[in-house]
Design a protein around this ligand. Structure first.
Ligand SMILES: C[S@@+](CC[C@H](N)C(=O)[O-])C[C@H]1O[C@@H](n2cnc3c(N)ncnc32)[C@H](O)[C@@H]1O
Length: 258
């Protein structure tokens, strides 16, 4: 299958190619792969607060994308795996959607999201699986956003998610995906080993015990695809183009358009 248009705007940033940590296997169910977020949300928050996953740079671009959409008129945004929405909330304040739907499996994260999204109109939060929610909610979002969540899904579920998103989006809609991805030549074990090394060697401002807990989560529950794999799935699902808007090592921002 032909890979859709790919515009590589960025070049790898300083330090972005040095990754690290551990490998593992299949997630068995939602309880497993959301354990970190249900029990130790503070670990992800601590890591993100140090900007180790380049939230600052990537969400700046997300803000510009939302500003562009808001200039076209009122819009609806669906946030898949919204977590506590801590990093998207400032973007939403700059370019407020008429309606924001957040979906996540973690009640802890959703409870925090209520605070981060305080003051924003039209907010609804849903404790649900993202794939089923997109397919069943009946919402016709103009923007589907997802931040560091899709890599938790098995490949077949990712393909189903793309199909559901392509079907759910309003005409002219777009999907903005922030997520980790493997290099084309990297298998999962090699990717995980590199990412764990990055975490252990580079994420030194976070206590080592917390990093080890996060490493165990990554090793067990991260299943990133290559960009080519994601683009193929999107094409098969009916998206007409995919653009890499930026990346910092394995941390990518991709736009899929209908
Ligand atoms: C790393 S956090 C990212 C949170 C936020 N989007 C961000 O960018 O900071 C991943 C989130 O995805 C959620 N998640 C993972 N699998 C999910 C699924 N199948 N359906 C809904 N949420 C899911 C987790 O509960 C967690 O809150």
């Amino acid at each position: 299958m032909e890979i859709p248009r790919l515009a590589v705007l960025p070049s790898p940033r300083r330090g972005s190619e040095t990754l690290s940590p551990p490998p593992r296997d299949r997630m068995s169910d939602h309880d497993d792969h959301t354990t970190l977020f249900r029990q130790s949300w503070s670990i992800y928050d601590a890591i993100a607060a140090e900007n180790y996953m380049f939230h600052r740079e990537i969400y700046e671009i997300v803000t510009r994308q939302l500003e562009r959409r808001a200039a076209m008129g009122p819009y609806t945004l669906l946030d898949l795996g919204c977590g506590n929405a801590r990093f998207l909330a400032p973007s939403l304040q700059v370019a407020p959607p008429a309606r924001y739907l957040g979906v996540d499996l973690s009640p802890t994260a959703l409870s925090e999201a209520r605070d981060y999204l305080d003051g924003l109109e039209g907010v609804s939060l849903h404790e649900d699986d993202m794939v089923g929610f997109v397919a069943m909610s009946g919402a016709k979002p103009d923007i589907i956003f997802t931040g560091y969540a899709v890599h938790h899904l098995p490949t077949a579920s990712k393909a189903r998610l793309f199909e559901a998103c392509a079907a759910a989006l309003a005409p002219g809609g777009e999907m903005l995906m922030v997520d980790v991805a493997r290099k084309e030549e990297q298998d999962r074990d090699t990717y995980i080993a590199a990412y764990l090394k990055l975490m252990r060697d580079g994420w030194t401002a976070v206590p080592a015990a917390m990093i080890e807990e996060a490493c165990a989560h990554v090793a067990a529950h991260d299943f990133p695809e290559t960009l080519g794999g994601l683009f193929e799935m999107a094409t098969a699902a009916g998206f007409s183009s995919a653009e890499l808007l930026d990346h910092y090592g394995p941390h990518h921002l991709i736009r899929f358009s209908i």
